[in-house]
Design a protein around this ligand. Structure first.
Ligand SMILES: Nc1ncnc2c1ncn2[C@@H]1O[C@H](COP(=O)(O)OP(=O)(O)O)[C@@H](O)[C@H]1O
Ligand SMILES: [Mg+2]
Length: 247
């Protein structure tokens, strides 16, 4: 489903991705763990074309991203990648002037060419799927963090992505609101969605992820079944990282 091959990326003199390889099967859930600044966000932003990279290739379903000097080609490939994978951010990034329903219905109209009525109908179904059927008319400021994040998930799903990339989507939430977002993610997993989850919720990663990848200093330090990596890490660096986040 997603194939990341030899991806390198620098910002100026700073190497942020030092050659990353990762293959993700359809329906697989990968938790991406690692210290802050390790390159997790940069990597998943590369996967959906939000950031370009210097070397390597990323394949998402039928679309391929690779470095190119032609800005038009680069924009077209990024647009295509974004059709294949949805992204959800720590800070929701909802449109503040639109209701929950309008947030979810917007891209299907402007990007997929659905009629407004079709898009609204679908948006209602998607809000119901994330447990927010009663909140369609609410503006983001009228919603809790957990509700906002569930709207953001519904909005990503409205584009019918083949995979969903989640970048620390519970990090800005109060502990009692994390659960409602994580249970939506577990439901998507059960329905067969391919997921890459950047998270510091180690318990959740252990439970929900098929495999865990630890990214530090721009390289994958460790990769394997969730239970193995979390309970029996091989690398000293992984052990230290897990001790720190588990407290
Ligand atoms: N747009 C940018 N310009 C310059 N440096 C960046 C940019 N985005 C990220 N970085 C740097 O790249 C490194 C990795 O960042 P990031 O991918 O956000 O790591 P993580 O998500 O693992 O915390 C950090 O040192 C960060 O400062
Ligand atoms: Mg990050």
């Amino acid at each position: 489903m997603i194939s990341i091959r030899g991806v390198k990326k620098s910002f100026g003199a700073q190497v942020v991705l030092a050659g990353v390889d990762l293959e993700i099967s359809p329906g697989e859930t990968i938790a991406l763990l690692g210290p802050s600044g390790g390159g997790k966000s940069t990597l998943i932003r590369c996967v959906n074309g939000l950031t370009n990279f210097d070397v390597g290739e990323i394949q998402v379903g039928p679309s391929t991203l690779k470095p190119t000097r032609d800005p038009r080609e680069s924009r077209a490939a990024a647009r295509e990648a974004r059709r294949q994978v949805g992204m959800v951010f720590q800070d929701f990034q909802l449109f503040p002037h639109m209701t929950a329903l309008e947030n979810v219905a917007e891209a299907p109209v402007t990007v997929l060419g659905l009629t407004r009525a079709e898009a609204v109908e679908r948006a209602r179904e998607l809000l119901a799927r994330v447990g927010l059927e009663a909140r369609g008319g609410h503006y983001p400021r009228e919603l809790s963090g957990g509700q906002k994040q569930r709207v953001a998930i519904a909005r990503a799903l409205a584009m019918e992505p083949k995979a969903l990339l989640c970048d620390e989507i519970t990090s800005a939430l109060d502990p009692e609101l994390k659960g409602e977002v994580l249970s939506v993610i577990e439901k998507l997993k059960a329905e067969g969605m391919t997921l890459i989850l950047v998270t510091h919720e180690i318990g959740f990663a252990r439970r929900a992820a098929d495999r865990v990848a630890v990214l530090a200093d721009g390289a994958i330090l460790e990769l394997g079944p969730a239970a193995e990596v979390i309970e029996r890490p091989q690398q000293e660096r992984t052990k230290k990282f897990l001790e720190r986040v588990l407290g």
